[in-house]
Write a protein that binds this ligand. Structure first.
Ligand SMILES: [Zn+2]
Length: 493
């Protein structure tokens, strides 16, 4: 199709709260940064939705012909319990509880995160930098902030002076917060005496002697503040100012607000041209959270092994379900909605198979070009995947009518439809073929591998109880584990 039909891409900039035409700084290159996971626990489905949102953005920009450098970090130090400046490091705490090295925790949950991303067909980024791998860049940024007068050292820690920064620059613009309101809402917290203002945040923290993760710095041994890594790494890989920064809605404040302040203080420029935030996932109307008991893991979802689940659902059903909602809206997870998504996806995939069997006729009884234009228009309108999917179902009606002999399409018309479905269904929405059953080989492979790994670990611990439990769960899915000389394999019961 012509580039004209592809049209300009508009996206909602959460900084201006407006839908704006996307114009990259250095076309055809696009710099995209997305806040990645803190690797201290298993990923839950709410996290999957956030990464899926930016996967679709990445896929769409790529489809439009942009050369995207997509940076998504791994937070492996500095994220403290409760997201505040005091308290234990989340990874160090987990290491203590699991009696492992912090870097073993990091590796374990990074691997788990990658498995889940693969399961849901979420593409890997171009660069996946870690905070511990960029200490030099972070220390350099702290030094620049101190030099500019917006950072001060206190007892081996360095804090960002928010009130001083706010005198000359906008602080709170992204999240719509006002500095005077923030001031009146603060409460005293432990360790605050080091800060000049309760609004100040740590960019470098002094490490106590027993602290496991610490590095030498001009201010003594310590570790970087959580907000700092994203500023330092986005600057390193994407430049002082780059195109798009994404993250979950909950990161707007304080995390992203602090990122803006750090970059402006250190380098004198606003770092991001378009901010984009994905909305959250609720379950039966309540926010998904581990503490609510509704933050089920992808594994529980696939097996249906959770009290809130009536059955297991395949990874592609979940992906399709999420894409049927606009990324900026809240999405409620329910069994009824999932079952509807399962049927919808089956119908769509069946039509793709039918499309490849259609016999051409002499005339075009449907306007495939107009349909294509509407699909592009929907995606260019702030990644409106629900509208695009509705258009694809309009196409399903055409495909089935041609198949039933009620409508005719020429060979060229059929080819255009094939091209459209190849692009939209597989490349842009990122769906892949899988049977409707949750025990499909493709969808199950990652999970089975995970079970095999868990079983090997249980064996190593001589924990046969847990190993049997795993065998039972696999049996329920019609899968039998077999021990051979080469290791554990699996086959259908
Ligand atoms: Zn971040």
């Amino acid at each position: 199709m012509s580039d004209l039909l592809k049209g300009p891409f508009h996206l909602t900039n959460t900084l201006t709260r407006k839908k704006e035409e996307f114009v990259p700084l250095r076309p055809p290159h696009v710099g995209l940064y997305v806040c990645g996971p803190t690797v201290y626990s298993d990923v839950h489905l709410g996290n999957v939705r956030s990464f899926l949102t930016f996967d679709v953005l990445y896929r769409w920009l790529t489809h439009l012909g942009y050369k995207v450098r997509y940076v998504r970090n791994i937070t492996d130090v500095g994220h403290l319990v409760g997201d505040v400046d005091e308290g234990e490091d989340k990874i160090a705490k987990r290491a203590r509880l699991e009696q492992l090295e912090p870097m073993e925790i990091v590796q374990k949950y990074t691997n788990g995160f990658h498995d889940v991303m693969r399961l849901f067909n979420i593409l890997p980024p171009s660069i996946e930098p870690t905070a511990t791998g960029h200490l030099i860049e972070q220390i350099g940024m702290v030094e620049r902030i101190v030099e500019s007068g917006y950072g001060y050292e206190a007892n081996g820690s360095v804090y960002f002076d928010v009130p001083k920064f706010a005198e000359k620059h906008a602080y709170g613009e992204l999240s719509g917060r006002r500095i005077d309101e923030l001031m009146s809402n603060t409460r005293d917290t432990e360790g605050q005496d080091e800060k000049r203002s309760p609004l100040d945040f740590a960019i470098w923290k002094k490490a106590e002697p027993q602290h496991l993760m610490k590095w030498p710095s001009p201010w003594g041994e310590g570790f970087p503040g959580w907000h700092l890594e994203c500023s330092a790494m986005s600057t390193k890989y994407l430049g002082l100012t780059f195109d798009i920064h994404g993250g979950g809605m909950d990161l707007k404040f304080p995390h992203h607000e602090c990122e803006i302040a750090q970059s402006v203080a250190a380098d004198g420029v606003a770092p991001v041209r378009y901010w984009m935030h994905g909305n959250m996932l609720t379950v039966n109307g309540r926010k998904m959270a581990k503490s609510e008991g509704n933050g089920f893991t992808p594994e529980e979802l696939l097996t249906g092994n959770h009290k809130l689940l009536e059955q297991g659902y395949s990874a592609m059903t979940v992906r399709f379900f999420m894409l049927q909602c606009h990324y900026a809206s809240t999405l409620d997870f329910s069994n009824a909605a999932m079952q509807a998504a399962e049927k919808g996806l089956e119908r769509l995939m069946a039509a793709v198979v039918t499309l490849h069997k259609l016999k051409p006729g002499a005339t075009d009884g449907a306007d495939v070009e107009a349909l294509t234009g509407r699909c592009y228009a929907a995606m260019n309108d702030d990644l409106n995947t629900p509208v695009m999917i509705a258009e694809l179902f309009e196409g399903v009606r055409i495909i089935n009518s041609v198949h039933d002999g009620k409508l005719e399409l020429t060979a060229a018309g059929i080819d255009s439809l094939k091209g459209l479905y190849q692009s939209m269904v597989f490349e842009v929405l990122g769906l892949k073929e899988e049977s409707s059953s949750a025990s499909d080989d493709g969808a199950m492979d990652g999970l089975v591998q995970e079970f095999i790994r868990m079983r090997a670990e249980a064996k190593a611990r001589k924990d046969f109880g847990s190993s049997d439990a795993i065998r039972d769960r696999l049996l329920a899915l019609g899968i039998v584990l077999k021990d051979t000389k080469e290791g554990t394999t699996w086959e259908r019961a």
